[in-house]
Design a protein. Sequence first.
Lengths: 70, 362
Amino acid sequence: METNGILVLGLGLAAFGSALGLGKAIESAMTAMGRQPEAIGKIQTAMLIGCAFIEALAIYTLIAVLLLQQ
Amino acid sequence: MVTADQSSNRSAHARTAILALIMLAGFTLAMTATPAAAQIHEVEHEHDDTGDPHEVAAEQLGEAHGAHDAGDAHDDHGDDHGAGFHLDTIYKLVVKNAVPAVMGADADPKAVKKTSEALLAWKEVFYTFVVIAILAGFFVSVGRSLRDRDPTRKQLFAEMIVGGLYNLFREILGPYGRRFTPYLGTLFLFILLNNWSGLVPLGFSSTSSLANTTLGLGLMTFIYVQYTGIRENGIGGYLYHFAGQPKSGLEWGFAILIFPLEVLGELIRPISLSLRLFGNIYGEETLIAVMVILGTQFMQFLLGLLGEWGVTMGHFLPGFPFQFPFYFLVLIASTVQALVFTLLSAVYISLMLPHGHEEEAH
């Protein structure tokens, strides 16, 4: 039971870091879109791919938690 | 005339939106009312008697409510799904109760048992084939009656989907976009429908299981990417690409270091692709399942406060639809995940293509 608590805490930490990264990425993308509305399509695609990579870290943690939970 | 058109258009949109909302609400209610929501831990100990499955199902339901009647509805949060909570459990209960109901009262008990066991063991395959049947049925029926003039609504809808996907992949792959749209578009639609099928009552997202579906999709993309690389560059060019495209002598020296790194990076891609999809969809499904259980338990707890009368009512009332707001979240997130999987596949393909063409496209 205690291990599970620690695991969930670690998952929260991972989500926190991932959220910071996502916020930064999306902020920059939004600024870029505002400056150059004609390039929205390209920026959006690049942003989505980048977001996927950032998010992947939290997902890896989730899978580790799923594997390790008792 | 224009305004009349617009207003009728707007009311049509409103009608569609209301219909969708009603459908979602219906889904919510159906999901909450399914016996699965009543209690999940009862199914964990297997009933090994070969008796009538109707009785077994009824027994389970009775036991589930009985556990609540004992008054520890809010106590058993911890030991139920703290430790062994799994999506499979909820699905198991759904199947065990739904199959006898669907097959009718006078069906052979053994056949009922066999069907539910098969559904449990092959659920990913089953729901994957449902999705394939829907997709193939729709697109084959559209493809058979293509018309240049006066297209049907179905054809316009299909054209919208295909055209949108084509525009999306053209942005990444440039002139190659048209050639890879069939594979990537199919991948997108398949993953999207699989993700969404978890929202339908009695449905199940086969993308929420790692080994069965997502790993297969990742491997498929991996093989396709390698095949594309070899076909476009030839075996020599393919290996040259892995060596980091060295030109001077110094770069050839570094190629020895770069080659294993590139190969490793290539091998990790399908794993990360499939893990990302699995993790996201599994997380969403678990979120909804937890919310369903929470809603039911909260309802039972509130009714329990009313005394004997409330407990009786608890047998008939579904839980609070706590999961309803999360449906929208899951709808959006499922789309994004399907999109991400296909976009990354497109990027991997574009990295394998000869680089000169990519520059021309920009």
